[in-house]
Ligand binder design. Structure first.
Ligand code: NAP
Length: 271
């Protein structure tokens, strides 16, 4: 069997660090990219990190020629994305790009209690610069695009969002994905996804914020300072394609069970 190709994470932030962790657990060779690796990645050995900045072409040559890429920040502006892709998308490397389910926000959603399900065939808002960058990479460069729902996990805890009043008990649907599942799906997409395809990434269970708030109040007595108010319907994202075609079973299918674990960690860290 040939040795696995190296992977470079373009932008090693919240998700990128989890990708790195899972790749190392799978013994995959991986390099972490950052605009300021000495400051942002100073916990990694120098040989495990590279400087990469989309806006500074002088940094692009640090990418090993044979490496596959996972791009974890918004693919904008289009001109810079094109320039980088022209430079980097050769040598049959594979490229996974993290997009956002906000691609489906077109501003013409009907005001209904039950927004329709959205799958990968649903129309996107092609006026969004990010969608333009992603669609260029997908259709012209064979990138695999993951349209990602709200990311949660350690230090990104929806219970804290409720406590802080960043969200309240509205009827709006929210779609979430645990960062560990997202990171695993990035690696799966790189390994088995079809070049030029796209996949929605969420836990497949859209929930209303009002329902999450009620459950959080019952379980932990935490209540949002926000009152209920009329809201947009939100979206209901189907992730069936990603889970079936990438052959992945979620490690965090049960939001409330995972929130309970996150709350235990919050408790431990506050003592
Ligand atoms: N947060 C959510 O709920 C959510 C929902 C849907 C989609 N997404 C998308 O999912 C992706 C991952 O999200 P995340 O929260 O893990 O992101 P994140 O923590 O912000 O990590 C992305 C990293 O990319 C690097 N970066 C930013 N601009 C760059 C540039 N021009 N050139 C090179 N590197 C650059 C930054 O690291 P350095 O400063 O070290 O360079 C940053 O830490 C993002 O594209 C995000 O928009 C997020």
């Amino acid at each position: 069997m040939s040795a696995p190709r190296p992977i470079v994470i373009l932008g090693t932030g919240y998700t990128g660090r989890w990708i790195r962790k899972l790749a190392r657990e799978q013994s995959l060779p991986i390099l972490a990219g950052s605009r300021r690796p000495e400051q942002r990645l100073n916990d990694l050995a120098q040989t495990a990190r590279i400087q990469f900045d989309l806006d500074h072409p002088s940094t692009w040559s640090a990418l090993p020629l044979e490496a596959d890429l996972i791009w974890t920040f918004p693919a904008v502006p289009l001109e810079q994305v094109r320039a980088f892709a022209t430079y980097a998308c050769r040598h049959s490397r594979r490229l996974v790009v993290l997009g956002s389910t906000s691609a489906y926000d077109r501003g013409d959603e009907p005001l209904t209690d039950w927004p329709p399900w959205i799958d990968e065939a649903s129309p996107v808002n092609a006026d969004l610069p990010r969608v333009q960058g992603e669609e260029y990479l997908r259709t012209q460069q064979g990138a695999i695009i993951l349209r990602v729902a709200g990311i949660y996990g350690p230090n990104r805890n929806p219970v804290e969002w409720i406590r802080q009043g960043r969200v309240g008990p509205t009827k709006k649907f929210v779609n979430l994905i645990h960062v560990e599942d997202l990171a695993a799906l990035c690696l799966r997409a790189l390994q088995t996804g079809r070049a030029g395809d796209l996949y929605n990434i969420s836990d497949g269970h859209p929930r209303r914020w009002a329902d999450i708030c009620a459950e959080v109040s019952t379980r932990w007595g935490i209540v949002s300072p926000q009152e209920a108010f009329p809201s947009q319907p939100g979206k209901r994202i189907s992730s069936r394609k990603a889970l079936e075609e990438l052959g992945y079973t979620l490690r965090h299918p049960d939001l409330y069970r995972t929130l309970a674990t996150l709350q235990q960690e919050v408790g431990r860290n506050s003592h």
